[in-house]
Design a protein. Structure first.
Length: 624
């Protein structure tokens, strides 16, 4: 191989192409012995290119190599005799197959490569969906489409998600959150350690005690991907072709064409280097046009991303923010609180586990002028929505940890029978509870988030920590969705109802007073008597009146008056109906006690001054 070397430009870490040269830039002290290792198709070293010590700026080494072919380049670095895979590599070679057991060998090695795929973004623009219109949907790329009910070679890949965009849009989804799609090692390989003498001992002829035969090492799969990874490379096994990065870009472009956003989960383990963290996030925005990040792991990433000027229009989701960061984002509010703050008060009310009505209604109206809130009742860590009402206890035996893993505080209920059952009264109660849950979610002021499959009652058989379940426990069961089409339709209609009524999604907090002199407060609470707040500990029913005069639709017209009744009693509740202005009357549009058809096709006016609600139900009225 004929090539020449010279000093690089130090501009970008990783491998970049410039004219007829490749520039390799990496971390390395001047005193380090550094070389670039080039591999052949048999992954044997074909060339070792030594990097002169003078090609150094601070702790960065950079070398320009002219005469190398960019195509099919496979490389690593050698630093002081240690072989290191480039943390800035745009492509990782060696993990093309998901959970390939050959990678369990302790001498298995991965390599850096060049992302050779070119892509036409075709004038792509970020949708920048307003907070008031957002509906988040969280999915795992592989688990979303591995079910046998889906055909074709694209199962478990980005292409399968792209094919489902029309389906997601029909639900009203505006923002798709992808669990880690950067390159990570899914095998959980235990670290080697020195064995004690009694393990090393070998039996001799005549011994009456002999050691047990060696057991084959059992390897778990980290299915979720919340482990340190190669953050600049797309997970190659999520591609249906060799160009996984092309397919991810294709997915994001199609989402944008449908006015939908792509949010990436990024789990940073021990990485605390500011330059590296920011470069990773900027790279995904610049090269893949992602619209936001859900940041997990080190809190340093949250602080850095929130203040970075290049990310000031990128949505940042985290479990907490420092107050000064929120104030700095006033120009374009892009920070979203994403934690379990909403989940527990709602679950406790739904399942009669010490719920507090005052806390519940505060969660329903929770809003901030600048910071957004993400509301969810079921998420990755915990039961699916259907399992929340099917299992009293977690059933994580399949994880191999004696059911000791996973959250023990689920605030769930099995509605009278643990797990699967054919008992009609139990199934009817579960159906009502899932309708209650999703209606509560869609009526909250914060951004609703649905876990993939919850819209058709996907179950994980009571496993509330399916991090290692790369099987039917962790995959979505689309065949089950065929029998729960009715519920998917309910989710879609509730989503549409939410979008059609801006009073439910105001981006400013409700003040609970008539500050605009409309004759009604923006939001008011009602119990057995109108205008009397029922927030003592023993009260389990309440009515919320939203005055539509405080919000206008896209045509500038005031919204409707909306009255939402929540009854968490096991019996009938009677709550007052406040009198409407003028000749308006209350019309019933939704009642979860109606079974699989909670929406009323032809709303009729209600008579009287009381709303009589059946046990454990949610009712929506419109004043017109």
């Amino acid at each position: 191989m004929t090539y020449t070397i010279g000093e690089g430009n130090y501009r970008n870490f990783g491998v970049t192409s410039e004219e007829a040269s490749l520039i390799f830039t990496f971390r390395g002290e001047k005193e380090d012995a550094c070389a670039i290792l080039l591999y052949g198709r048999d992954y044997e070293v074909r060339e070792r290119i030594f990097v002169p010590a003078e090609y150094c700026m601070g702790s960065v080494r950079s070398v320009r190599v002219t005469g190398l072919e960019e195509k099919h380049l496979v490389y690593n670095y050698e630093i002081n005799g240690n072989i290191v895979t480039d943390p800035y590599a745009r492509k990782i070679i060696g993990r093309e197959r998901w959970a390939d057991r050959t990678r369990a060998r302790r001498d298995y090695r991965i390599y850096g490569g060049i992302d050779e795929a070119t892509f036409d973004w075709d004038g792509d623009l970020h949708p920048e969906v307003p907070r008031s219109r957002m509906f988040l949907y969280k999915l795992h790329v592989r688990g979303f489409s591995m079910d046998a009910g889906l055909r074709g070679k694209s199962r478990g890949t980005f292409r399968a998600v792209t094919d489902k965009i029309p389906y997601l849009k029909s639900l009203g989804v505006t923002s798709v959150e992808l669990m880690p799609v950067y390159e990570f090692e899914e095998f959980m390989i235990p670290k080697s350690s020195a064995k004690p003498l009694y393990v090393k001992w070998k039996s001799e002829e005549g011994d009456k005690i002999v050691p047990d035969p060696p057991k084959e090492e059992e390897l778990k799969v980290n299915y979720w991907g919340y482990v340190p990874g190669n953050y600049f490379a797309v997970k190659s096994s999520y591609g249906s072709t060799k160009e996984a990065s092309f397919e991810l870009k294709e997915l994001i472009r199609e989402l944008h064409k449908n006015q939908m956003e792509c949010i990436l989960e990024m789990h940073f383990g021990d990485i605390t280097e500011p330059d590296l963290l920011l470069e990773i996030l900027r790279y995904w925005v610049r090269e893949f046009h992602v619209d936001g990040f859900h940041l997990l792991g080190t809190p340093v990433s949250v602080t850095l991303a929130s203040q970075d000027m290049f990310l000031s229009r990128t949505k940042i989701f985290a479990d907490s923010f420092e107050p000064h960061l929120i104030e700095q984002s006033k120009r374009y509010p892009h920070l979203f609180l994403y934690n379990d703050e909403y989940l527990y008060p709602v679950r406790r009310m739904l399942n009669h586990l010490g719920g507090d009505m005052g806390m519940f209604v505060c969660q329903q109206r929770k809003q901030h002028p600048v910071q957004g809130f993400v509301n969810y009742i079921a998420g990755t860590n915990g039961f699916t929505l259907y399992d929340l009402f099917s299992y009293q206890e977690k059933h994580n035996e399949a994880n191999g940890e004696q059911n000791l893993d996973g959250n023990g505080w689920n605030f769930s209920s099995n509605c009278g029978y643990e797990g699967r059952t054919g008992r009609r009264f139990v199934l009817d109660m579960r159906n009502r509870q899932i309708v209650n849950a999703v209606s509560i979610l869609m009526l909250g002021q914060g951004v609703p988030l649905l876990l993939a499959g919850d819209e058709f009652c996907n179950s994980q058989s009571g496993n509330n920590n399916a991090y290692c379940q790369d099987n039917r426990i962790g995959w979505l069961n689309w065949k089950k969705g065929e029998s729960f089409t009715w519920f998917s339709e309910v989710v879609a209609k509730l989503s549409e109802f939410r979008r059609s009524h801006p009073i439910l999604t105001l981006e400013v907090p409700m003040q609970l007073r008539d500050y605009m002199k409309k004759g009604f407060p923006d939001l008011s609470y009602h119990g057995e008597s109108a205008w009397v707040s029922p927030f003592s500990l023993n009260k389990q029913a309440v009515g919320l009146l939203y005055c539509g005069e405080y919000a206008v639709d896209e045509d500038g017209k005031p919204d409707d008056y909306i009255y939402v009744g929540y009854n968490f009693y096991n019996g009938i509740a009677h709550i007052a109906l406040p009198k409407l202005p003028g000749r308006k009357k209350w019309h019933l549009v939704f009642d979860s006690a109606r079974g699989k058809e909670p929406f009323v096709r032809q709303p009729a006016p209600l008579a009287g001054t009381q709303l009589h609600m059946k046990s454990q139900s949610v009712v929506i009225l419109i004043g017109k």
